[in-house]
Design a protein around this ligand. Structure first.
Ligand code: FAD
Length: 442
């Protein structure tokens, strides 16, 4: 019989169990629905990357692209090709989960089945539970149980697929990028090439180098994983049998991604609400000109500004910088984390509700095994420690490229470079943050 493969966050052909399942049914319509609900809030970097990723997929698969509410569009497409089943990889995010239930119901009314095979994770959210059958709220026991649970071997690539297509489809939109924004290459081949380069290079030293933003020490897999151009199972299979600190630490990072997806699935409200509710009662500042200075990389703290500018210029930010800039917004400017999380989601190509919003809650002290609130990052010390020779700051704050101490430029250096004075005094704001925290602890 004819089938539909509805692609969403799985824009690849290899290691794609849902696609295999569709092709096992028979001739398959590969479908993508441009959903205004997801397209609307995405910034130019995310939109452009998605389009590039879909174009890359079209090299391998004759994708039919339609636009509109998936509930109508998927049913319409399935009927047009006479499909009896629509195949997907399960979506566990709050929006995607509900959307799939709605689509499933509408398909059911038309006598068509929605079949979920696999997910964007090695272990689907909800599967790893403790002795009482509940989801884990702390990372370390989760990661142990997750590793013990294990995952499947990647399935083989489908052979001799037979494809269907729709009579009427839409063109992929053209996205105009702001000048000075350069995105990484999209698509399954790009993902595999980057992954192999990481395996042969930085992986061995990943443990030591992953905190150095001035060094290419991380895998840059996050945007590929976000759009499913590569599956974490593929990465884990390649890491199997590799020992040492590099591979071990890397596996843990993949486990963090799976943990946050699991936490969000158990507590969908934690995408917006404080995971630890007492933090909702803290005094916060109104988001105003200081938030704007932070967004635009004009805080006068070089390491913070470097991170914020890297985000706008590349659609990516180094993990150490995500922590430093997030901490600055919440603890030095006293702005609620949701404002920062929204800004990140708008610009990050890898922007992912679970990893991002729980990364923010971790930094804000309100998340699962969060960094304790009273441990306040000093941006200058962080800069000196993780970017000791200033390479990173000099790259992203080029006006400071030639000053002696880019982490703490003198007033004269600032004036000459046209670089602002700090918008707040870190020492004073640190104390202010601790005072506000003491109020909610009473
Ligand atoms: P690597 O160091 O090579 O890590 C490999 C993979 O492990 C990553 O691609 C990612 O999938 C996973 N990973 C690593 N660290 C984390 C982590 N702390 N939490 C969850 N998964 C992790 N990651 C996103 O994918 N999307 C986001 O929107 C996102 N927002 C973040 C916001 C904040 C405030 C913080 C502190 C972290 C955020 N992260 C997010 C996690 C992390 O910063 C990125 O995954 C990482 O920087 C991506 O670069 P990489 O692929 O080179 O990482």
């Amino acid at each position: 019989t004819t089938a539909v493969m509805w692609f969403r966050r799985d824009l690849r052909v290899r290691d794609n169990p849902a696609l295999r399942a569709a092709l096992d049914d028979g001739p398959t319509l590969p479908l993508f629905v441009l959903d205004p609900h997801l397209w609307g809030p995405a910034g130019p970097s995310r939109r452009a990357y998605l389009v590039a990723s879909l174009q890359a997929l079209q090299d391998d698969v004759p994708l039919s692209v339609v636009r509109g509410d998936p509930v109508n569009q998927v049913v319409k497409a399935a009927k047009e090709v006479g499909a009896s089943r629509v195949h997907v990889a399960a979506d566990f995010g709050p929006y995607g989960h509900q959307r799939d239930l709605d689509v499933e119901e509408a398909l059911h009314d038309a006598g068509i089945e929605l079949v979920r095979t696999g997910s964007p994770y090695a272990v689907a959210p909800g599967r790893v539970v403790n002795g009482s059958g509940e989801n884990f709220k702390v990372f370390t026991p989760f990661s142990r149980a997750w590793a013990k649970h294990g995952w499947r071997e990647p399935p083989a690539k489908p052979r001799d697929p037979s494809w269907r297509h729709l009579k009427k489809t839409v063109d992929l939109p053209t996205v105009r990028l702001p000048k000075d924004l350069e995105l990484p290459e999209a698509g399954e081949d790009a993902a595999r090439t980057a992954w192999r380069a990481f395996l042969d290079g930085p992986l061995g030293d990943y443990d030591a180098q992953r905190d150095r933003p001035g060094v290419e020490g991380t895998s840059r897999m996050s945007h590929h994983l976000k759009y499913g151009e590569i599956h974490p199972r593929t990465l884990l299979a390649d890491l199997a049998g590799k020992h040492g600190k590099g591979p071990t630490t890397y596996r843990q990072e993949i486990a963090w991604r799976e943990f946050y997806a699991d936490v969000l699935y158990a507590r969908p409200d934690s995408a917006r609400e404080y995971y630890k509710p007492e933090f909702g009662t803290m005094r916060y500042a109104r988001a105003g000109t200081q938030l704007e200075a932070w967004q635009e990389g004009r805080t006068g703290y070089p390491i913070v500004d470097a991170g914020m500018r890297q985000l706008r210029a590349t659609g990516w930010m180094h993990n150490r910088l995500r922590m430093i800039t997030a901490s600055f917004l919440v603890k030095d400017l006293h702005v609620e984390w949701q404002h920062g999380a929204d800004h990140f989601l708008h610009w990050l190509v890898d922007g992912d509700l679970a990893s991002n919003n729980h990364g923010w809650q971790w930094t804000a002290g309100s998340g699962t095994d969060a960094s304790p609130f009273f441990r306040v990052f000093n941006p200058t010390t962080q800069g000196r420690k993780f970017d000791p020779d200033g390479t990173y700051v000099r790259t992203w704050v080029p006006e400071l490229a030639d000053v002696d101490d880019p982490h703490e430029p003198s007033s004269e250096d600032r004036e000459e470079a046209g670089y602002p004075e700090p918008i707040v005094d870190h020492k004073a704001e640190r104390q202010e943050a601790l005072d506000r925290y003491a109020e909610i602890k009473k």
